[in-house]
Structures are given as C-alpha cells and as structure tokens.
Design a protein. Structure first.
Length: 269
C-alpha cells in the first residue's frame, strides 16, 4: 500500500494528472475517485487564479504606464492652467484604475472556492432591484434616462448570495445607463414564476451585435467604438453570479428592434 501511495504522490507531483482508476486495487477505488475529483477541482482553481493574476496585471499595466507619463508631463508644465488640466486627467486615470481594481475584487470574491452555501440567505429580488435603482438614480438622472420598473405584487423569497446578486443587478443596470444615449429608457421586469424568478432589463440603446453576444462575457472584453469607459469585467461578474445560482442569462435584441434585452432566470432551488 505504501508503494501505491508514493506512486500516487509522484504522479500528482510530477505530472499534475489524476490517477487512473485501473491502476489501484478495487477496495480503494471510491477513495481514489474522490481524491481525483478533489484534485481536479484544485487544479482548476489553481489555473483560474493564475489566469486571473496574469490578466489583472496585464490590464493594470497600460493605465498605470499612462498615469506615469501624465505625471511626468505635469511635473514639467509651468503654466498653472495647463497643469491643472493635466492633474484632472491624472485623477481620471486613477479613477479608471480604481474601477478596474474594484471590479477585479468583486470577481475574485465570487470565485467558486470562496463561495460556500452558508453565504446564501433569503433573497427578495424585487427589493434588491429597487435598492440598486435608488443607488444608480443620480447617474440615470444626469443623462435624463427614465427607469421603469414593473414587478409582481407578491414576493417569493429564494436562497441566494445577496452580495453577488446585488453586483449582478448593479452591473446590468449600470451597463444600460452607460451605453444608451441621453434621454433613453430602461424597462425592468421582475416576475415570480412557478420554479424560478424572472428578471428582464431592456434598454433602447445600440444593443450588442449578435456575433459578439457570447464574447462580452469574457473577462476584459469590450465592444470597440462605444466611447464609454469601462474595464470589461461587468458581464463576467454577472455570468459568475448566474452560474453560482444555477440560473441562465440570455442577451437578445429588444422587442422594438433596437436596444439590448437581458433575461436572467434564477431557479428557486
Ligand atoms: N446595455 C448595453 N448596451 C450596449 N452595449 C453593452 C450593454 N451592456 C454591455 N455592453 C457591451 O458589452 C461590453 C462588456 O460589458 P461589461 O459590463 O462586461 O464591461 P464594461 O461595461 O466595458 O466594463 P465594466 O462593467 O467592468 O466597467 C461593454 O464594453 C459594451 O460594449
Ligand atoms: Mg459594464
């Protein structure tokens, strides 16, 4: 048995591969099977962390390099008015970096390894959506955007991760506000179906071309030419939360033929 244990340890250490069940005595097959499953999860978590660290450093490198150049230029500028403008640009760049870091932190906290079932509590989605709308109201008002919400009178609670769901709804409504033009309209619908909660957010903005609808869920992916600042992480956060709740998300063209319609289904159990 000791020979087998060291053989397994070597295989894991040298090749990072699970042990083939045919190579172990039948009595310990269930144990090895279980260890193999744990091993694969650990390997996936490790690979995810590595990808995450590499993506994050890559994405932060560019704005930080720009920030350094802006600061060097400001240092050499004698004219007070011009230096003031340059300092304002520096603040905007710092805000961009802060936004990327905040989104990365949200995504990091949502990773499957960090979310346990005890982080789940009873959720009233209608209330949660109203809270997000209230929080984002100032940015909507500043663009003259109208947010209409329609929800079932009754509320059905389900077990969910409140922080994650808040981030999901916030990113979806934030996108709608940011990508639609001034005086646009956002319609939000919350319905309690027999086996799931239904959430739909429809806007009348430019929408997302069909061929890019699966790519926008990739980390750091952004549609070119929007002229809107962002880190490309919002929809990755949304997708992570939806998966965590065993739900589904669909992007479609708004019924009016223009704009984005996002539908999220969250099963009760
Ligand atoms: N409602 C929308 N209308 C039009 N385009 C959208 C909408 N929502 C998302 N997009 C497009 O999908 C891309 C990815 O969205 P996502 O929320 O992941 O990132 P972001 O908004 O660029 O950055 P972040 O949300 O991290 O600040 C956006 O860059 C934008 O081009
Ligand atoms: Mg976004």
């Amino acid at each position: 048995m000791q020979g087998l244990a060291s053989q397994i340890a070597h295989r894991v250490a040298d090749n990072l591969e699970p042990v083939a069940l045919s190579a172990v005595p039948i009595e310990i097959t269930p144990l090895i099977d279980h260890l193999n499953t744990l091993f694969l999860r650990l390997k996936q978590a490790y690979e995810r962390e590595q990808r995450f660290a590499s993506d994050a450093s890559h994405e932060l490198h560019t704005p930080l390099a720009a920030l350094r150049t802006q600061a060097q230029v400001a240092l050499k500028t004698v004219d007070k008015k011009e230096r003031f403008l340059q300092l304002q640009q520096i603040i905007a760049s710092v805000d961009r970096c802060t936004h990327i870091i905040q989104q990365l932190l949200v995504l990091c906290r949502l990773s499957p390894e960090r979310i346990m079932s005890e982080h789940f509590s009873e959720i009233a989605l209608k209330q949660l959506v109203s809270e997000v709308i209230a929080q984002l109201a100032p940015s909507a008002v500043s663009k003259g955007i109208d947010i209409e919400m329609v929800a079932d009178d009754t509320t059905r609670l389900f077990m969910g991760n409140a922080t994650g769901l808040y981030a999901m709804v916030r990113n979806l409504i934030d996108n709608a506000i940011r990508y639609i033009p001034e005086k646009g309209i956002i319609k939000i619908l919350v319905e309690y179906k027999t086996d799931h909660t239904y959430l739909n957010i429809t806007d009348n903005g430019p929408g997302i071309p069909i061929e890019l609808r699966s790519r926008v869920f990739e980390r750091f992916f952004r549609v070119l030419g929007t002229n809107v600042q962002g880190s490309g992480l919002g929809l990755s956060i949304v997708e992570e939360v939806v998966q965590q709740h065993k739900g589904t998300i669909t992007l479609a063209t708004a019924p009016e033929g223009q704009g984005l319609s996002v539908t999220v289904l969250l099963p009760y159990s």
